[in-house]
Design a protein around this ligand. Structure first.
Ligand code: NAP
Length: 304
């Protein structure tokens, strides 16, 4: 069994899409959402329009969840990075009793694999998802940007994912995930906070020369830190502009968080870049400014 952890934009989208080809389990946080999906299915709107009724939707912490996890060989983590520590602390006792289960984190940012591995003994793999999605209701998601899932290879992963690998969200299994992870990481460190600060959809960002200039400065700083990990071409900025064009109407996940007055994943994005830079003896003024501005916005939410 393949199970998705987290009934947000990405978790619901993957469950709905992959459920058309394979039995997929879904763990959501609340009873309300469990009941809503059991009753109405998951509705996808946007690029595709359909409804699926996944048969294994369970509430986090329930006996049903324990039984589902016992039958799970592949657990895709689709919760926010800032919830990883808390959620895997709660899951560790259960998951440590299922050593054959492989965990795949599809979360943005860096550091999630290390947090999960510090809580459980199971194999933890990194992956990325390049789709864009927005949760509209407990059981409804807008599929806003086409993309793929890329997963690190391990043992029988290819076999387990065989039936879903050619869906409308294809899965690629690769021997070296590091370049994918770092490129996505830098793209997110540039686009997400700028969209969050300006409240612009991705495509609008590149219409303003002032914002494009900040993007260039961020990329220069990020490439300095990334050079120990991967080789990235100097004109990587053009790839970032392309992502903005391809996902032009997408309200990216950090902007979604800001609009909903939720905590953002900034600590796992620009916060991580700043951590790495400190270890390497660099000072990154533009990343520092962007990081502080997002932290400031989080602090301005009423009542927090
Ligand atoms: N959205 C995108 O377009 C996109 C694209 C690429 C990558 N990503 C990355 O994918 C990850 C998920 O993003 P998202 O946009 O799907 O976030 P999201 O819509 O905020 O969804 C996260 C979900 O995790 C759920 N959750 C929290 N604790 C849980 C628990 N204990 N058990 C079960 N579910 C729990 C939350 O439930 P509640 O709502 O009930 O709290 C929420 O529904 C993030 O790392 C994000 O950066 C997102």
């Amino acid at each position: 069994m393949i199970t998705i952890l987290g009934g947000g934009a990405i978790g619901l989208l993957l469950t709905a899409v992959w459920s058309r080809l394979e039995q997929i389990g879904l763990v959501v946080r609340t009873k309300r959402q469990t009941e809503s999906i059991r009753k109405n299915g998951i509705e996808i709107v946007g690029l595709k329009k359909f409804v699926t009724h996944p048969p294994n939707v369970v509430e986090f912490g329930s006996t049903e969840m324990v039984n589902l996890l016992k039958n799970t060989r592949c657990l895709f983590v689709c919760i926010k990075s800032y919830d990883t520590q808390k959620v895997f602390t709660k899951l560790s006792r259960i998951i440590n009793r299922i050593p054959e289960m492989v965990i795949i984190t599809l979360q943005n940012g860096l550091g999630n694999k290390e947090i999960i591995s510090s809580k459980i003994k199971n194999k933890v793999l990194c992956g990325i998802i390049t789709c864009g999605a927005t949760k509209i209701l407990d059981n409804k998601v807008k599929f806003a940007g086409k993309g793929e899932v890329v997963v690190e290879n391990f043992n029988k992963i290819t076999k387990w994912l065989d039936r879903i690998k050619n869906s409308i969200i294809p899965i690629k299994v690769v021997s070296n995930i590091t370049p994918y992870l770092w490129k996505k990481f830098i793209v997110n460190c540039v686009i997400n906070p700028l969209a969050a600060i300006t409240k612009l959809p991705n495509g609008e960002l590149i219409k303003y020369p002032q914002i494009k200039q900040i993007m260039k400065l961020l990329v220069e700083e990020d490439l300095k830190v990334a050079q120990n990990e991967i080789k990235i071409s100097r004109n990587f900025i053009n790839q970032i502009y392309n992502v903005c064009k391809k996902t032009s109407s997408n309200i990216n996940s950090m902007l979604q968080d800001i609009l909903a007055k939720r905590k953002t994943e900034i600590d796992f994005l620009n916060g991580k870049i700043l951590e790495f830079a400190k270890q390497q003896g660099y000072v990154l003024p533009v990343n520092t400014a962007i990081f502080n501005l997002v932290k400031y916005i989080e602090k301005t939410y009423a009542g927090r």
